[in-house]
Design a protein around this ligand. Structure first.
Ligand code: I6G
Length: 666
């Protein structure tokens, strides 16, 4: 048993080591959430034992000592940090404290903006010229990074206009966009260098370079959110002051808004959290500030934080956990993929117990072993992934992951062709796992959209051997279905009706539903637009001919030809057509519509569900794809279009809304 005093000493040593890795080396070993927990545990213990608090405890200082290699800059006004609200209740408490101090009955107005995940810097302008840039450091003393900051395109070297104060210190965040981060890491990896753990470390590592030529090559961005020393008093409110900064050429957040009261703050928070993954930069919360500067002054600050501002944090997206096992799953196309079974952990507000490892190369590259402590990331709806192993914590008994020689489901040989990353089960549709996955795909919403035919039910149908191939689904009877686990007569009737409805579909959906390797929705659409019907597609035996279709390359063409060359696949299709599957919706003379052959990307919220609009566009002969490129003809943007809008502008893609679309078709 260790005593509380020993735990305190241990926590201090550990936190100091993490501070060094984070602030000095720009190479953190653990995720922020884990670090915050260590600090909170130490704070709680120190509150229980005030006599044990020492001046050198990491809780007694803002971390982040300046590096000796840089000139030190003493901030004329300290760069304190923001207090955090981790929950709605804590935000309400903050608002209540503000309301009590201000004591009047007017609704309280705040500014709201994203909390960018970068590093805080202060830019000093004298007579409109940038004279110094400094990192926050420990809040009192930072590092002089003027040479480096001068290389950042969004940092003005000279302010615009003339009405700026003679002395103006702008405070803001230097960060790296996600796309810039991906580019830079790819470059580092290609050159055998260590990639950065995340965009924030990439930004910190890039700004704190001794050689400014390296900084200049890094895609850094600056965004201002406040000010330090000013030679004249600012205006009356935060929002107006930031807009003035913008007129002088200082970028401020596009998301900056004024909001009213606690409800306004909550609405902003919820809306931004929903769009978090669509942004091209990492944010870890929302910052709310009292808008009236007189109110800010009335509230004042503690030694650590202003009392007039708060950062409402999002749940952490990265956490530490352990790999308890690595198992292999068999997918629709027989791909045998490793999946890590993790000690269950809350990430981004959801319990995560599994993470995909994609393929064995990835396991080797990341060197993931059973027993390892790993950092897991879960962003939005994306499947959780293992970012990296905390190698310092590897136990001696950690076990290397090996590819099984036999399929874990059907026992057939697992084959990994030379030079390919993916290993496959050779059992084909004899393998129940492949059969199950093929049926799941066939029934899925974007394929045949058979409502009520979920994973569990398919599992039962495969186990009972009632569904060996898609056409079998259409021969199921009411008696059979009603007798299944968790199925009453009503659900069985509904399922039969859904199966019946699914028989009327589009040719593109049907082709997609067949689950041919590499044939996604866009390829299925392209095929449907070029061929009259299924028999014509099945007769296209020449890969060269199929490749003439725009968007279909040699690999996909070979998969298509290979698929249709197999007698059992052709027969399976014939059996589907024999149960009455047809595409009454795809018989429009599509070449006559103005959208025929156009490539469209959809973003934002539209007046109808996205799938419905997509189907409708496809019936007009358009190709609907997920990502923008120079070849995209239109971006159809609804409400809250997110970063795709900016990307479209940058690529010169025409942006249209639903009204434009209607006008085009008139
Ligand atoms: O660390 C910070 C991030 C963002 C800030 C901040 C901010 O405003 C959007 N604002 C202040 C006033 C401080 N730190 C101290």
């Amino acid at each position: 048993m260790i005593t509380d005093a020993q735990r305190i000493a241990h926590l201090r040593t550990t936190i100091r080591q993490h501070n060094h890795r984070y602030y000095v080396l720009d190479d953190p070993e653990i995720p922020d959430a884990e670090y915050d927990r260590l600090v909170r545990e130490l704070q709680t213990l120190e509150a229980d034992y005030p006599a044990l608090v020492t001046p050198d405890s990491p809780t007694q200082r803002v971390a982040g000592q300046p590096r000796p290699e840089f000139q030190h800059v003493r901030h004329r006004l300290p760069m304190i940090s923001l207090d955090n609200a981790m929950t709605d209740e804590q935000l309400a408490e903050f608002h209540q404290r503000v309301a009590t101090t201000l004591g009047n009955s007017d609704p309280i107005r705040y500014t709201a903006e994203p909390k960018l995940d970068g590093l805080a810097v202060s830019l000093r302008y004298e007579k409109g010229i940038l004279v110094q840039a400094a990192t926050r450091g420990d809040g009192t003393t930072g590092e002089d990074v003027t040479h480096n900051a001068r290389t950042i395109q969004t940092v003005p070297l000279r302010l615009l206009g003339e009405d700026w104060p003679e002395i103006l210190e702008v405070r803001g965040e230097v960060y790296m966009t996600r796309s810039g981060f991906a580019r830079i890491n790819e470059h580092l990896q290609r050159n055998g260098q260590k990639p950065f753990a995340n965009p924030r470390n990439a930004a910190a590592g890039s700004l704190r370079q001794l050689d400014a030529r390296i900084t200049a090559r890094r895609p850094l961005v600056f965004c201002g959110y406040g000010w330090g020393e000013l030679s004249v008093a600012p205006g009356e409110n935060q929002y107006a002051m930031l807009q003035r900064l913008a007129t002088w050429g200082i970028p401020v957040s596009e998301e900056l808004q004024q909001v009213a009261g606690l409800d306004g703050c909550r609405d902003y928070f919820v809306a931004l959290e929903q769009r978090r993954d669509a942004l091209d930069y990492d944010i870890d919360g929302v910052v709310f500030k009292l808008d009236r500067l007189a109110d800010q002054a009335q509230l004042g600050a503690t030694t650590h934080h202003p009392r007039w501002a708060i950062a409402r944090k999002f749940p952490a997206q990265e956490e530490l956990t352990e790999v308890q096992a690595v198992e292999f799953q068999v997918g629709r196309t027989g791909a045998v993929t490793p999946v890590a079974r993790l000690r269950p952990i809350q990430v981004g507000g959801v319990t995560v117990a599994n993470a995909t490892l994609h393929n064995l190369d990835e396991v080797i590259r990341k060197d993931v072993r059973v027993g390892d402590t790993v950092i897991v990331r879960r962003a939005g709806d994306v499947i959780p992934e293992i970012l990296r192993v905390v190698s310092e914590r590897r136990p001696a008994a950690a076990r290397i992951v090996e590819l099984p020689r036999q399929c874990p489901v059907c026992g057939a040989d697992v084959i990994r062709p030379e030079g390919e990353a993916i290993a496959r089960c050779s059992g084909g549709l004899y393998c129940p796992a492949q059969r199950r996955e093929a049926l799941k795909h066939f029934a899925s919403r974007r394929a045949m959209n058979i409502e009520g035919l979920g994973e569990r039910l398919i599992e039962q149908l495969v186990t009972l051997d009632w569904a060996r191939e898609p056409a079998d689904l259409y021969h199921l009877t009411l008696e059979q279905l009603a007798g299944l686990e968790r199925m009453g007569a009503k659900s069985a009737t509904n399922l039969l009706a859904a199966l019946e409805r699914s028989k009327s579909t589009t040719l593109a959906r049907f082709i997609f539903a067949l689950g041919i390797r590499e044939v996604g929705e866009a390829t299925a659409q392209a095929l449907a637009a070029c061929f009259d019907g299924m028999p014509a597609i099945m007769q296209a035996e020449e890969a060269d001919f199929i490749q003439l279709i725009e968007g279909i390359g040699p690999v996909v063409a070979a998969h298509l030809v290979g698929f249709f060359a197999q007698e059992h696949n052709r027969e399976a299709i014939e059996r589907l057509l024999a149960v009455g599957i047809q595409w009454p919706l795809s018989v429009l003379p599509v070449s006559a519509t103005p959208l025929a052959g156009k490539t469209i990307v959809i973003t934002g919220t539209l007046s109808r569900p996205r799938d419905e609009i997509k189907d409708w566009l496809q019936r007009q002969g358009a190709r609907v794809t997920g990502s923008l490129s120079k070849k995209t003809d239109y971006l159809l943007a609804g409400d809250a279009p997110g970063s795709k809008r900016d990307a479209a502008q940058a690529l010169g893609v025409q942006i249209i809304d639903e009204a434009d679309l209607a006008a085009m078709l008139e």
